[in-house]
Write a protein that binds this ligand. Sequence first.
Ligand SMILES: Cc1ncc(COP(=O)(O)O)c(C=O)c1O
Length: 398
Amino acid sequence: MTMAIHPYDALMNITTRPNVVFVRGEGSWLWDDSGKRYLDFIQGWAVNCLGHAPPAVADALATQARRLLTPSPAYYNDMSLRLAKAMIANSCFDQVFFTNSGAEANEGAIKLARKFGALHLNGAHEIITFEGGFHGRTLATMSASGKKAFEPLFEPKVPGFPKALLNDLASVERLISDKTTAVMLEPIQGEAGVWPATDQFLQQLRALTKAHGLLLIVDEIQTGMGRTGKLFHYEHAGITPDIMTLGKGIGGGVPLAALLATEEAACFEHGDQGGTFNGNPLMCAAGLAVVDQVAKPDFLKSAAETGLFLESELQRISARHGLGDVRGRGLLLALDLKLPVAPAIVAQAFEQGLLLNAPRPDTLRFMPALNVSREETSQMIEQLDAILIKAGTARRVA
Ligand SMILES: Cc1ncc(COP(=O)(O)O)c(C=O)c1O
């Protein structure tokens, strides 16, 4: 039915999607146009930190839409100033540049690091990134990514991104030269399948970059805004990076992202950076509503506790079905299935009204709303358990 009434062909065919059209969301739940309800453990790829259509964000957007949409990036607006102040007050950074997507924030970080190299490191421009890393889909951020599937695409790549191995300090040291200006990484490689950098590696990387006068850039587009149980992941390791990028959670569902830098690293000059919608008050009003809730210690404590509950439940499921490790932190977790059955499990879950993600054929990723309830978490676990029982039986029968 949906097929007949929706003009699917009018959208560019960039990926495989089920023939279902979502029309409404509330908290941990989504509804399609036939009225079927889905329990959502994807949440727009770790975007909706407060769940679907959170009242605080909806109210902030409605109020701001009537006040001021876009005065022009050539003028200050109150919402971007207030949000920048809140971000600085809650982090180790001194200045912010707002963007419309994570990739754009990372482009900004890359430009900032190259500018820093031009100003302070004799024109050094290389940024050491990591195998398995994911930084976005613009040409430069695809080049910075260490995703195998990107390698043959859109050649030639933007040069200047030598790749090291996560949690292998020597591999980083080997790549440092007089051309290096920065090291950039995701504290947890999300798209690659939730592979965490250890706290020790992050600390060593901070010491190494400091010793060489290089910038440390953390891409917290997926790990930031409470996703790992602290407001920013770098806090777990007790380090202070020079540059951080945020996206996804910061807008609570709307396109908002940010580039944050310390005073020393924030070296853009007039003409270096800008954009029509950057820091527009509508998106910043949503960001303020998000930060207001997510930065509260009680909210973060509760998200961290829910993360521990989900982790222990996944470990229980893993032990029961003879599966592999549970990886990640807070509410960014992965279950290693040890067999390439994740897409089939995701498809079965979808049929049953449960949204799960398979970043790799053998891995399920869980990134629910940070305010997902215990009951909703237990319901997801029960459904997954039932699907795994069925899949196990089917495997044995086959
Ligand atoms: C770590 C990381 N960096 C960058 C991006 C790109 O963000 P966006 O899709 O908003 O451009 C993503 C998106 O998944 C991400 O997970």
